[in-house]
Design a protein around this ligand. Structure first.
Ligand SMILES: C[S@@+](CC[C@H](N)C(=O)[O-])C[C@H]1O[C@@H](n2cnc3c(N)ncnc32)[C@H](O)[C@@H]1O
Length: 285
């Protein structure tokens, strides 16, 4: 009888092959060979579809250039926002990118702040829905203008949509809203239920939804690591369409499958080049 490899040995072999492929992807990326790096990622998926590192490497293949923090940091320096709101604070890493004289409101039911944001931010340990039900954002900011906002809370598109609707009520025509996680590189990273450490959820659905129902807005997606940044400008505090048709719109976009995103990515997620000049060109004058 042929000896069969025991399950632990089989697992060790598999891990070895995955690690070798991961090194190969890193080398190919260093050489600038993205198609070959993508193919090596696909080989990793064939071995283990839920291998977290393979999804993170695919993100690197698809999103060259500055990461979201670098872009947010440049936006803060360029816009010098009087008021900044952040939904989803976690450790405070993104909140810490705000300029010293920007008035900040951070909203997160489970903040775990380690970054030094105390001088700049008022932190509200509640869900975004609770915050907007209880407080007036501009009053809490203590300034007359919400110039910049970052939506990075619950990774479900209907919640991100509610967050956008609530923020827009306090917006002026020059307000910039950034939305994290709008460019998931793989189906598993875009799942509504988190299955891996690397997770964007289905926030991406926000983008085609805004494009269809709010043609008055300027909407684009910057393919920036780790999972893309949506950028929305041209806001209208008086617009009520999204709120009035919320249930219908959510049902319509819940039915949009990831496979369609994969096929029509550039059409569904209008690309904004990950290049500072292109981003500047999208900002309100
Ligand atoms: C990805 S983390 C935010 C990371 C942070 N913006 C950064 O870039 O450093 C997402 C955060 O959203 C928070 N969150 C989850 N549900 C939320 C909700 N309904 N309202 C506001 N924040 C929420 C979580 O507690 C978590 O800390």
């Amino acid at each position: 009888m042929q000896p069969t490899s025991s399950p632990p040995q089989h697992q060790a072999d598999l891990n070895g092959r995955l690690e070798a492929l991961a090194s190969q992807v890193n080398e190919l990326l260093e050489q600038g060979d993205r198609p070959a790096a993508r193919a090596a990622c696909e080989s990793m998926f064939a071995l283990n579809g839920a291998y977290n590192q393979a999804h993170m490497l695919m993100a690197r293949v698809m999103m060259p250039g500055d990461n979201y923090a670098a872009i947010l940091s440049r936006l803060h320096r360029h816009l010098q926002p009087a008021g900044y709101a952040e939904i989803g604070v976690a450790t405070g890493a993104s909140m810490a990118l705000a300029e010293a004289d920007t008035h900040c409101v951070g909203i997160d039911p489970c903040p775990r702040v380690t970054a030094n944001i105390a001088a700049r931010a008022r932190l509200y340990p509640v869900t975004s829905d609770d915050f907007f039900a209880r407080y007036n954002l501009l009053e809490e900011l203590g300034v007359e203008r919400l110039d910049l906002a970052f939506i990075d809370g619950l990774h479900l598109f209907e919640q991100a949509l509610k967050d956008f609707i609530n923020l827009e009520k306090y917006a002026h025509p020059g307000t910039v809203v950034m939305i994290h996680d709008c460019y998931p590189p793989t189906e598993l990273s875009a799942a509504r239920d988190r299955v891996m450490a690397y997770w964007a959820g289905d926030v991406w659905r926000m983008i085609p939804l805004l494009v269809k129902y709010r043609p008055d807005l300027k909407v684009g997606v910057i393919p920036s690591l780790p999972s893309g940044l949506g950028m929305v400008t041209g806001l209208d505090a008086g617009s009520t369409l999204l709120e009035e048709r919320f249930d219908e719109i959510v049902a319509e976009f819940m039915a949009l499958e990831y496979a369609e995103l994969d096929e029509r990515r550039d059409e569904l997620l209008p690309p904004l080049s990950n290049d500072w000049d292109a981003i500047l060109g999208q900002l309100p004058g």
